[in-house]
Design a protein around this ligand. Structure first.
Ligand code: FMN
Length: 175
């Protein structure tokens, strides 16, 4: 049994949902998994955890700055722990862009930070036009138009492959 800290940043809540799924699976395997949303401030003492998982979603091409700030600041700690990172974005709905080696956001993020977590994952996110404001909805519909995705204003689609979220939990469990 390991003490696992799952840190995440989310804007519309989907990354939080993925984290809850990870926690459920890890707890089912006998681990103690604690969730912390970066929006709730500093996660507090992290030394007691054996494994640290960080998850973040993409908005307009970037993860929230707080994620890179935490990784830079806590680098010595992260180097001592077993770590995993995952990104959530809509580009990952495309099979050619849903792996750590092929997802442009993940590749760029890790290159900038020069960080090498033990395990990596990419999950396709959720598209929910009715909840976005006019500007966001217009922007995302335009991006979808040029990338062959859905553009109907009432579209709500969860692209996430939950089986691969479960597999990632199993990798975290085994690392
Ligand atoms: C305003 C906005 C901008 C987004 N920008 C991108 C983007 O640049 N690239 C991408 O692949 N997905 C983009 N997405 C899709 C999100 O990454 C996806 O909806 C994800 O599930 C959001 O996760 P969250 O709810 O945890 O923030 C965007 C979504 C919104 C609402």
């Amino acid at each position: 049994m390991a003490q696992i800290l799952i840190l995440y940043s989310t804007t519309d809540g989907h990354t939080g949902k993925i984290c809850r799924r990870l926690r459920e699976r890890l707890q089912g395997q006998g681990h103690k998994a604690t969730l912390h949303d970066f929006a709730d401030g500093d996660p507090g003492p992290t030394e007691g955890y054996e494994k640290i998982v960080i998850g973040a979603s993409i908005r307009y091409g970037k993860h929230q700055p707080v994620v890179a700030e935490f990784i830079r600041r806590e680098r010595p700690l992260l180097e001592r722990k077993r770590t995993a990172f995952f990104t959530v974005n809509i580009v990952a709905r495309k099979p050619a862009k849903n792996r750590p080696e092929t997802n442009p956001y993940l590749k760029k993020f890790l290159k900038q930070l020069r960080w090498r977590p033990g395990k990596l994952a990419v999950f396709a996110g959720r598209l929910e036009y009715p909840r976005y404001d006019f500007i966001d909805r217009t922007m995302i519909r335009f991006i979808m138009l040029i990338t062959g995705g859905p553009t109907a204003r009432d579209t709500v689609i969860e692209y996430t492959d939950w089986a691969s979220v479960d597999s990632f939990a199993d990798e975290i469990s085994a690392m």
